[in-house]
Design a protein around this ligand. Structure first.
Ligand SMILES: [Zn+2]
Length: 154
C-alpha cells in the first residue's frame, strides 16, 4: 500500500502549531498540533474529547458553518484535524480557531452533545477543565501565528 502523505512529514521536527496538512480540490486540511510528537505527555482522552465537542459546536454555530467540512482528533492524541472549504482564507480559519479557544476558556456549562448517552459514544468520558487547559496552552502557542507559518518544517 502507498504511504499516505500525512505519514511522510517529519514528525521529529514538528512543533506545536497550526499547519496546512494538505489541499484536496476545494478542501484545506489543517493540522493543529497541540503536543510535540513522540515526547508526551499526550492529550488525555477525556480533555481531547471535550475539546472535540466544543470545537465542532463552536465552528458549526459560527457564520462560517457552511465552510467547515470536519473537525476531529488525531489518533496519536497530539492534535486535531480541521477541514474547511477554500472559500475560507487561511487567516479566517486561524482566527476562527483562536475564537474557539477563547470560547472554550470561558465556557463553564454542560458539554454540548454529551448530556445523555444517546448523544455521544462515550458520554461520561469528558473533562472540561482539562479542555480549558489545552485551549489556554494553544492560545499562547498561536498568539503570533500567521498564515506564512502554516508550512511544515522540512
Ligand atoms: Zn463524544
Amino acid at each position: 500500500m502507498e504511504k499516505i502523505k500525512s505519514f511522510c512529514i517529519n514528525h521529529d521536527k514538528l512543533q506545536k502549531g497550526f499547519y496546512v496538512s494538505r489541499i484536496d480540490g476545494d478542501v484545506i486540511t489543517y493540522d493543529i498540533r497541540m503536543v510535540v510528537p513522540n515526547r508526551g505527555p499526550y492529550l488525555d482522552n477525556a480533555g481531547l474529547h471535550t475539546f472535540e465537542h466544543l470545537f465542532a459546536t463552536y465552528v458549526r454555530s459560527s457564520s462560517y458553518s457552511d465552510r467547515i467540512v470536519y473537525v476531529g482528533p488525531m489518533g496519536c492524541r497530539t492534535g486535531f484535524y480541521y477541514l474547511t472549504r477554500d472559500t475560507m482564507t487561511k487567516q479566517e480559519a486561524l482566527d476562527l480557531f483562536r475564537e474557539t479557544l477563547d470560547f472554550m476558556i470561558g465556557y463553564h456549562g454542560p458539554v454540548p452533545g454529551a448530556e445523555a448517552p444517546r448523544e455521544c459514544g462515550n458520554w461520561l468520558n469528558h473533562d472540561l477543565e482539562e479542555c480549558r487547559e489545552y485551549a489556554k496552552d494553544m492560545k499562547e502557542v498561536l498568539k503570533d501565528w500567521t498564515p506564512e507559518m502554516m508550512v511544515y518544517p522540512e
